[in-house]
Design a protein around this ligand. Sequence first.
Ligand code: URA
Length: 237
Amino acid sequence: MRINKYIASCGVASRRKAEELILNKKVKVNGRIIEELSFQVDEKRDIVEVDGERISLDEKEVYILLNKPEGYITTVKDQFDRPNVIDLLSGVSERVYPVGRLDYETSGLLLLTNDGDLTFKLTHPKHEIDKTYIAMVKGELTSDEIQNFKSGLYIEDYKTAPAKLRVLYYDKNKDISKLEIKIHEGKNRQVRKMCKAINHPVLRLKRVAMGKITLNDCKVGEYRHLTEAEVNYLKSI
Ligand code: URA
């Protein structure tokens, strides 16, 4: 690949700016300053430095928010060959991975990135970010059940941390309740297990926010790139 294209592909500078960097002798390949604008980089072997910093093709970090539909898996592959969220990212050439997971049947906000540091940070139990869910559950909750849910309860042998719960409404005809739930942990199927523990199984579940990041008007099955402010916010958590 031509050197200026390589530098641009690494997300370091535009192709024009990359040429300026070369002419200003700021670019080295395998320790040697490059002066020819037509220099060809071997992407697999060459070590390229700009201003003394090593750059590489996978340096360009992308941050994507997908409104996941129900019926998609977020793990790499499964034995049933079910649709994968990655199938919904046409136009994204970088290899991105989900930040945490959403169940096959859960819809809503899913972040995907190739920034491993951020993924590690956001999913680390020490500073897991608040996640907001809208759940349709069976039945009407009593105040004891609500209190139980909020103060933390046992799912299997694990005691959940205090959570937030707001009943948005109870539909008497259908005997279902719509809840807003906020948790900061990320145990497998945690919201479903917590609702089941108070005898109100989840009928439908959607994640609508992670911290201050919301779906906005991103439609089901569509994705958008996070804004710079959103990325900075996530990095600052
Ligand atoms: N809790 C669940 O039960 N399922 C999800 O997909 C996310 C949180």
